[in-house]
Design a binder for this molecule. Structure first.
Ligand code: SF4
Ligand code: F3S
Length: 106
């Protein structure tokens, strides 16, 4: 499965949502996750993310391995999102900041 990682937090650009053929994105206040059970590994979302926050599970950087579990867990609690909405107003300012994990709102 593909995994949304750290740099999505406080950005949530949402370009990924528009291309997923199986609607496996789930939305929280300042982050999106992918349901690993639903994801068919089509690869379409990865290049769409302006924040380069999406990785194939096998390619998630070492420091962001915990996001594999975070996606699986939060996908069970957050609602499905299928329509692209505007990015968060904080997107530009927060894009590229490392280790945003402590700002994740669940
Ligand atoms: Fe959806 Fe394809 Fe991305 Fe999986 S890899 S989340 S199926 S767009
Ligand atoms: Fe997040 Fe990138 Fe999608 S910032 S909402 S994973 S386009």
């Amino acid at each position: 499965a593909f995994v949304v990682t750290d740099n999505c937090i406080q950005c949530k650009y949402m370009d990924c949502v528009a291309v997923c053929p199986v609607d496996c994105f789930h939305e929280g206040p300042n982050f999106l996750v992918i349901d690993p059970v639903e994801c068919i590994d089509c690869t379409l979302c990865e290049p769409e993310c302006p924040a380069q926050a999406i990785f194939k599970a096998e390619d998630v950087p070492e420091e962001y391995q915990d996001y594999i579990g975070i996606n699986a867990e939060l996908a069970q609690h957050w609602p499905t999102v299928t329509e692209k909405a505007p990015p968060l107003p904080t997107a530009e300012e927060w894009d590229g900041r490392p280790n945003k994990r402590e700002w994740l709102v669940v």
